[in-house]
Design a protein around this ligand. Structure first.
Ligand SMILES: [Zn+2]
Length: 368
């Protein structure tokens, strides 16, 4: 994979290509935007590009899959990308390049030990590459000690180093860190781009998949689950991922949705906290907001085509009979603002009770 394989993020990639072309790459970037839209994928391919030993030259742009790449970025003179085939590209893909480091939170935190590991990589002269590249995924997970130590690294970046912070909640990063990075914003993908990404992921996991039947091959890496088996599920996934195809493949969205419906029924019946974890609570909030959006769309139009959760149409119809549009809009607004406060570590049981009382009031008590 290379920068030309980034789908639906033309604006962000074009900005990166222009800085590469002018050879004015900043020492630190901050990639922001929702999770599952290609920030890490782009960062990895930028790391490959700056260290590629045999980058594709303009003549290559006329052939093969590079043609689409050059056409897509019309007006862009040079062709800068990774070849994805040289030893450097392959080592970065495998995570074994001596001048490359990818840091992710462990147990929900990035600790000072990880920052020391970054400093160790950056302190040395590049072994094999032109630049030492460090990617910090979910950078907002740095604890206070880590953030303070990291600030020193950002203030005095070693020569020939490139640091890429990735965050879907950049406002949780200290201002002092944010202000030292060049921010590149990534946007959710269009439905078309989302489908293209999902198809590619599926194709990657199903080598030689022309047949539609048979058990899907098991994914080779990451948190990705089995791909959907037919086009109906694919279109469901596109709708449900709402422009964030990476999220559609990081869990079994269909299973999670049945769990969501069960929890919703439970919440309307009982005050006992049913969320197993804060992560489950957060996922539940994502689903309820889409569900409420579906109810509002259904009440306004009465058309199934406008519903994202089409397979939950019966539930949406049933609950819509119990309430009115104004009630749905109000509870959507309240729950959305509650979700915005998750960063303050809301108490799970209290949040369950509060959300439950609002929903019971809006829907009428019974939904089983
Ligand atoms: Zn290469």
């Amino acid at each position: 994979m290379a920068l030309r394989d980034v789908i639906g993020q033309d604006r962000a990639v074009t900005i990166l290509l222009k800085t590469l072309e002018r050879e004015r790459i900043p020492s630190s970037y901050l990639f922001t935007g929702d999770s599952g839209i290609g920030k890490k994928f782009t960062a990895l391919n930028l790391a490959k590009t700056v260290n590629c030993l045999t980058p594709p030259s303009p003549p290559l742009a006329k052939g093969g899959n590079k043609e689409g790449y050059s056409q897509k970025r019309e007006g862009y003179v040079g062709i800068l990308d990774a070849c994805d085939e040289c030893p450097s590209c392959k080592k970065i893909t495998a995570g074994i390049h001596p001048d490359f480091l990818l840091i992710s939170p462990e147990g929900g935190q990035i600790r000072i030990e990880e920052i020391r590991a970054i400093d160790n990589v950056l302190a040395l002269k590049a072994f094999e590459g032109r630049k030492k590249v460090v990617i910090v995924d979910d950078a907002e997970a740095m604890n206070t000690f880590a953030a303070n130590a990291f600030l020193k690294t950002l203030e005095e970046p070693p020569r020939d180093s490139l640091i890429i912070l990735i965050s879907s909640s950049p406002d949780l990063l200290p201002d002092t860190i944010r202000s030292r990075c060049s921010t590149i914003r990534f946007a959710p993908l269009s439905d078309g781009a989302c489908e293209e990404v999902l198809k590619k992921i599926i194709a990657r996991h199903l080598p030689g998949k022309e047949k539609k039947s048979g058990k899907p091959a098991k994914p080779s890496q990451g948190r990705e689950k089995y791909p959907p088996e037919d086009d109906l599920q694919l279109s469901d996934l596109v709708r449900l991922s709402m422009g964030r195809p990476g999220n559609a493949m990081t869990g079994d969205m269909f299973e999670e949705r049945s769990a969501f419906v069960q929890l919703l029924q439970e919440m309307l019946r009982t005050e006992k906290d049913g969320w197993a974890s804060k992560e489950e609570m957060e996922r539940w909030f994502e689903f309820i907001l889409i569900f409420l959006r579906d109810m509002a769309a259904w009440l306004v139009s009465g058309e199934a085509a406008v519903i994202i959760n089409r397979d939950l149409k019966a539930d949406i119809e049933k609950l819509s009979r119990e309430t009115d549009l104004q009630g749905i809009i109000e509870i959507h607004r309240t729950l959305n603002s509650l979700r915005g406060n998750f960063r303050f570590h809301l108490n799970k049981a209290l949040t369950w009770n509060y959300s439950g009382s609002l929903l019971r009031k809006t829907f009428g008590v019974h939904y089983v």
